[in-house]
Design a protein around this ligand. Structure first.
Ligand SMILES: Cc1cc2nc3c(=O)[nH]c(=O)nc-3n(C[C@H](O)[C@H](O)[C@H](O)COP(=O)(O)O)c2cc1C
Length: 310
């Protein structure tokens, strides 16, 4: 058994100590998770979506558990750019793990305004462009399902993002995800993250009404994992590999074996979302599990695993 294993990865030029991030919207802005886990031992941290102005989000109920997953219709509730910079950035500045700030908007101008301000902040390693939220009327998934819009918003944000890595987060709710992935790469995306949640509904059979106040929500958790693994593999093979653009695998990762599936399928790293609600420390357990797997399989460097699907 190899004594030491190297599980560090190069992610669009950022050196990650390991390939495990936390996913946007499931761990706040970092301080919320600090009581449960050592954020600096993660490969990286991704914040909740930030918009130009604060957003209250959608009415409740906005979360419901389902078989092997959950539906959420939070509606991008967040504190807004100004408070983020004043209150959360000082916390992020103290972290050694790379931090991506996830940004959302209702127009290209809003995405650009938020990105421009964040690009000035030294403590931020990258930006994740959320063009895939299924729970907002304006912006969100409307950008992410139209390849032309994907390219336009990516190009516009890329122009103002300076040296920050620009990662574009794709929706699975399209006929061919490689088309939107390619559009993001054409616009200058340095990384792709997939997937965001799947639009879904739960019905209360007594009231015959949808359970969520928004009627629909986004499905996440173990239920979506096999679909996410398939989509990551497709985007890796058809777009990412040739373009040299790394893929972040997101969707139902809760254990080391889940993460390893994504890496074999072509993801350079993974992000843990809903898994944090079940076990807030699971991301670090995944890191340890990946090390054990590599030792057991005599893999000296995790990079041997990435895209190794036979
Ligand atoms: C409660 C909740 C809130 C979320 N908020 C955001 C968000 O603000 N921005 C975003 O890009 N994705 C958001 N997501 C999507 C996750 O980052 C992730 O893409 C999705 O949940 C699939 O991963 P999972 O199955 O590991 O949760 C949210 C997911 C959940 C469950």
């Amino acid at each position: 058994m190899a004594e030491t294993v190297d599980i560090s990865v190069d992610f669009a030029g950022i050196q990650l100590a390991n390939p495990v991030f936390t996913a946007s919207g499931t761990c706040g802005y970092a301080d919320e998770l600090a009581d449960f886990t050592d954020i600096n031992s993660l490969g990286g941290f991704i914040t909740k979506s930030i918009t130009l102005k604060p957003r209250k989000g959608l009415p409740t109920p906005r979360i419901i558990e389902t078989d092997s997953g959950m539906l959420n219709a939070i509606g991008l509730a967040n504190i807004g750019l100004e408070r983020f910079i004043a209150e959360k950035l000082p916390i992020i500045e103290k972290l050694s793990a790379p931090v991506f700030v996830n940004i959302a908007g209702e127009s290209i101008e809003e995405y650009v305004a938020v990105a421009e301000k964040l690009a000035e902040q030294k403590a931020i390693a990258g930006l994740e462009l959320n063009i895939s939220c299924p729970n907002v009327k304006a912006g969100g998934i409307m950008f992410g399902t139209d390849p032309k819009q994907v390219e336009n918003v990516t190009t516009a944000v890329k122009k103002v993002s300076g040296s920050k890595v620009l990662m574009v987060k794709l929706t699975p709710s399209v006929t061919d995800i490689s088309v939107t992935a390619r559009a993001a790469v054409n616009g200058g995306a340095g990384a792709l993250s997939l997937v965001n949640t799947f639009t879904a509904m739960v019905v209360d059979i007594d009231t015959r009404r949808p359970v969520l106040a928004n009627r629909t929500g986004g499905l996440s958790g173990p239920a979506i994992r096999p679909v996410a693994v398939y989509l990551v593999n497709k985007v890796y093979n058809e777009v990412g590999k040739e373009a040299g653009v790394p893929v972040l695998g997101v969707g139902g990762v809760r254990t080391a074996s889940d993460a390893i599936e994504f890496l074999i399928a072509g993801a350079t790293a993974v992000a843990v979302g809903t898994g944090n609600f079940i076990e807030p420390g699971c991301a670090l357990e995944i890191v340890e599990g990946i090390k054990k797997y590599c030792k057991r399989h005599k893999i000296a460097s995790i990079t041997e695993l990435i895209g190794s699907l036979k």
